[in-house]
Design a protein around this ligand. Structure first.
Ligand SMILES: [Zn+2]
Length: 582
């Protein structure tokens, strides 16, 4: 057992956490009674400051040395101003704890950013133009990848052919995925690299589109896409690092200051560590190592400690396991048959014994276990295994095991989460993405336990929220909107899909701040605004507790503060911040 050597065991952290909380309580807002407090670095006044603590909403907040120095009434704020203090007049805009995403795939987000984004292109000419612009930035021969074209959005809805693309980008092999991922367009250089010509036959399950002379047009459907497998070299570490920097900036622009990376290799952790040392990691990471990582069982000197950098930026203390697949592809493991596929109950990727064995290891070695479970059968299997592994633990152990997604629950299992101290880590955008077809898969009756946030709340659970990006967009404001309305961004269906399961505004904010902090054992330093806590903050263009629900989607991130530094500011020059993508 390695637990004794790791400062990150839940037991030790609990004690340290309690001490920090006590210290924070001493640095009370009454600090203004001090005749000359050392001036703040940043001083916010003039807007609602939602502390998400018992102090409720105040009107001013001071930041000093990377921490919150004071919260209180704006009339007392002048005492914190000095010659070097940057004063920010909120002018009615809201200040909140920085957003947290409890379930994201950071390298996935980074890889997606590196692709040419073709979503929303209104003509094939636009596709060619965007692709050529990207190729111009890359050395000849480098592969250019893109995704998201849809000929149904163009005036000419026929499949494109490669000619114009090959003429505009002759020196780089190009592969552009259609929006559904079931077809791609290759240019001449890519087809040459794959050795594809008029004599190539399509593999079974695939189709090569051809012109009148039988030459490939460049469009390859389904299994014919595999003709290009293995050709694109894996990115170098330098390229992965450069992409990660871009992803971190993007997430800062969305107001995120911490994320939980849901299933990471040790190799990626090393890159995170490098970023932190270069001061390029303006995001706190709670990393879940993949269950298959050999270093988990045989750490040697290889396994990073809980706090990799000494800056508290990269914590490696959780394990990610998958118990089933996804609902859309009918891989979610159900207790009864799929309504739209009788005889099929999904895929069980880990059975009860496997979950139990890993859960026991996690308890003994001081790890948090986070298991992906979407279907009601997978959720029951995981809860059963967790229950057995957690039985008899002293309350001080507090391992905070999690279920990732917890999408479809049998009513009997809803109260078991709170009873066992297991956290349902859920993604509000999955509900709005899945609602058009979830009923076909599950039937009306099972929808009662689908994305059942209100039922879980009533049973006593907190629900850490996230996006599962790149599956969904990593925009917490989209999550906030979905959690509060259960409608898509256009407000459909009116009144919300199974609206009885909505979260309140304040719950939805906690879902993206306070509750993720708890899920990462960070509640004493993150997720709320109180003196002594870390200065991770976000300024929104309006007040999410006050604007009409249909205006939540129009809110924008105006400023993101990480560790007391402004890392994003809307409208600021590049390098200091950049416009948040909408
Ligand atoms: Zn995921």
């Amino acid at each position: 057992m390695r637990a004794m050597t790791r400062s990150g065991t839940p037991w030790v952290r609990r004690l340290l956490g309690a001490a920090c909380a006590a210290l924070a309580a001493c640095a009370s807002p009454a600090a203004t009674d001090d005749p000359a407090p050392r001036p703040a670095d940043l001083l916010f006044t003039g807007g609602p400051v939602h502390t998400l603590t018992d102090a409720g909403t105040v009107s001013a907040l001071a930041v000093r040395d990377g921490r919150i120095a004071w919260t209180g009434d704006a009339r007392d704020a002048d005492a914190w101003a000095g010659p070097d203090t940057r004063r920010v007049d909120l002018a009615g805009r809201a200040l909140l704890p920085g957003f947290a995403d409890s379930h994201i795939h950071l390298e996935g987000v980074a890889a997606q950013l590196a692709d040419v984004d073709l979503v929303g292109t209104t003509s094939f000419a636009a596709v060619v133009e965007r692709t050529a612009a990207r190729a111009a930035l890359r050395p000849a021969g480098a592969w250019i990848l893109g995704r998201g074209w849809d000929q149904n959005d163009w005036a000419d809805t026929a499949f494109p052919t490669h000619d114009a693309l090959s003429a505009a980008v002759p020196d780089h092999p190009v592969l552009l995925d259609r929006i559904d991922g079931h077809a791609l367009l290759a240019n001449a250089a890519a087809m040459a690299a794959a050795g594809v010509d008029r004599d190539t036959t399509a593999p079974s399950g695939g189709r090569i589109l051809r012109d009148a002379e039988c030459a490939p047009t460049g469009v390859f459907v389904d299994d014919a896409m595999r003709l290009f497998d293995g050709l694109v070299p894996p990115p170098s570490d330098d390229l992965r690092l450069a992409r990660l920097v871009e992803a971190v900036r993007l997430l800062n622009a969305y107001g995120l200051t911490s994320v939980h990376d849901a299933g990471t290799s040790l190799d990626a952790v090393r890159l995170f560590e490098t970023l932190a040392r270069r001061d390029d990691l303006t995001l706190r990471l709670h990393v879940m190592l993949r269950a298959g990582e050999p270093a988990l069982r045989d750490p040697g000197d290889d396994l990073p400690t809980d706090d990799l950098t000494g800056q508290g930026l990269v914590k490696v203390r959780a394990i990610k396991l998958s118990a089933d697949g996804a609902l859309g592809s009918r891989g979610a493991a159900l207790l009864e048959d799929y309504t739209d596929e009788p005889g099929h109950r999904g895929l069980e990727l880990a059975d009860r014994d496997e979950v139990l064995e890993l859960a026991r290891f996690a308890v003994a070695d001081g790890w948090q276990l986070a298991t992906h479970a979407i279907g009601d059968r997978a959720n029951r299997v995981v809860l059963d295994a967790y229950e057995e592994a957690l039985a008899g633990l002293p309350p001080s152990a507090d391992p905070r095991f999690r279920v990732e997604h917890a999408q479809i629950l049998h009513p009997d299992d809803v109260p078991r989460f709170a009873a066992l101290g297991v956290l349902p880590s859920m993604q509000a955008q999955h509900q709005t993405s899945d609602m058009p077809w979830a009923g076909e898969r599950l039937g009306e009756e099972r929808l009662e336990g689908a994305y059942a946030w209100r039922s879980l709340r009533e049973a006593g659970s907190i629900i850490p929220g996230g996006s599962d990006a790149p599956v969904e967009v990593p925009d917490p404001l989209l999550g906030l909107h979905a959690a509060v309305t259960r409608t898509d961004v256009d407000g459909h269906p009116p009144g919300g899909w199974h609206a009885e399961q909505r979260l309140t505004r304040e719950e939805a904010l906690r879902h993206l701040t306070t509750w993720p902090a708890h899920a990462a054992f960070d509640e004493d330093r993150l997720g709320a605004l109180a003196p002594g806590m870390l200065a991770d903050l976000v300024v929104l263009s309006g007040d999410p507790l006050a604007v009409p629900a249909d205006a939540l989607r129009a809110l924008a991130v105006d400023m993101t503060v990480f560790d007391g530094r402004v890392v994003f500011e809307r409208g600021a020059a590049p390098g200091r911040g950049r416009d948040a993508p909408r």
